[in-house]
Unconditional design. Structure first.
Length: 312
């Protein structure tokens, strides 16, 4: 499908090649805190919202949940280009918005204010803006709208729902934490657990130990991240990846580790929590983003100030 007519190219940023870049699309409510404006939109309608955004177009929006993640991604690009100025395997950020171009001026001005390296702003009036993700080569989509995320996942694009929260911007390098089942891996073992309980799941894992677990919705994104990470030695990599899973290391860890090895996916650290809360370990890691399919884990992460994204 052709690009939407209202795509604004950011000429201040070097444009990336979408065929080689890791393209991440974020919605405006994922990257900026627009909760007050969204409330106005729901209560007073689109015209009042547009009027408000135009009146405040020079007032920068406060950072949202995915803001620190986007900043860390920029840091990775900088480090990659320092080691090889001709490198094309970079992160490319585009903003996908249901704003009209008129009300989108504030979004563009806010990105410029913070020095965010966003290459394109796509203002789409269609109800389902996710139809444009594939044409832009998007590998990860972050949105504050559950319907958007479900539509993107149905279209085969890695996607997650971000919840608005106060986020302390952690320092570099980029730190990304993945849950295992139903995020990096398929939910096959989860399903056995629901049907047969823990003992059934453990027996299933032992029987399947030498067979890699199926792919989960974020595997493709994690693989591309791993490819970028391999450009650096472990000591000086600007990317660190983590697996924090409810699995127990003793009974269900071996298959997970063998699967990662089979995929060739480098993970810096793996934590097998055996059902214990993930909040304390996440507070220690201080990731820029944490992906999980369990809402209780997302809430635990939020309670310790960790930017979280739910994979429904």
């Amino acid at each position: 499908m052709a690009e939407p007519e209202s795509t604004v190219i950011n000429t201040n940023v070097k444009q990336k090649d979408p065929s080689t870049a890791l393209v991440i699309a974020v919605t405006t409510r994922a990257i900026f805190n627009l909760e007050e404006e969204h409330k106005l939109y729901l209560e007073k309608g689109k015209e009042e919202y547009t009027r408000h955004q135009q009146a405040n177009q020079d007032k920068p929006l406060p950072p949202g949940t995915a803001f620190a993640f986007i900043q860390a991604v920029q840091y990775v690009n900088k480090k990659i280009l320092e080691s090889n100025p001709a490198e094309r395997d970079l992160f490319d950020i585009l903003v996908l918005s249901n704003n009209s171009p008129e009300s989108g001026v504030r979004i563009i001005n806010s990105a410029k204010h913070y020095g965010l390296e966003i290459s394109k702003f796509c203002f789409v009036s269609d109800e389902d803006s996710t139809q444009y993700l594939k044409s832009h080569g998007v590998k990860l989509f972050l949105s504050a709208d559950r319907t958007d995320v479900c539509n993107a996942l149905c279209r085969g694009v890695s996607a997650a729902l971000v919840f608005q929260q106060e986020v302390q911007a952690p320092s570099t390098p980029l730190r990304v934490v993945f849950d295992g089942d139903a995020v990096l891996f398929s939910d096959e073992t989860d399903q056995i657990f629901q049907e047969q309980g823990l003992e059934g799941a453990v027996q299933y894992e032992r029987a399947m130990e030498s067979i890699p677990i199926g792919e989960g919705p974020l595997k493709a994104f994690a693989m591309h991240l791993g490819k970028m990470r391999k450009k650096f030695g472990q000591e000086r990599s600007p990317i660190r990846t983590y697996l924090v899973t409810a699995r127990s290391g003793r009974d269900m860890g071996i298959r997970a580790i063998k699967t990662l090895r089979e995929w060739g996916l480098p993970i810096d650290e793996a934590f097998f929590m055996d059902g214990a809360p993930k909040g304390p370990i996440l507070a220690q890691i201080q990731p820029h983003i944490f992906f999980d399919d369990g809402l209780h884990n997302i809430q635990g992460a939020q309670s310790v100030g960790v930017p979280s994204a739910w994979v429904p």
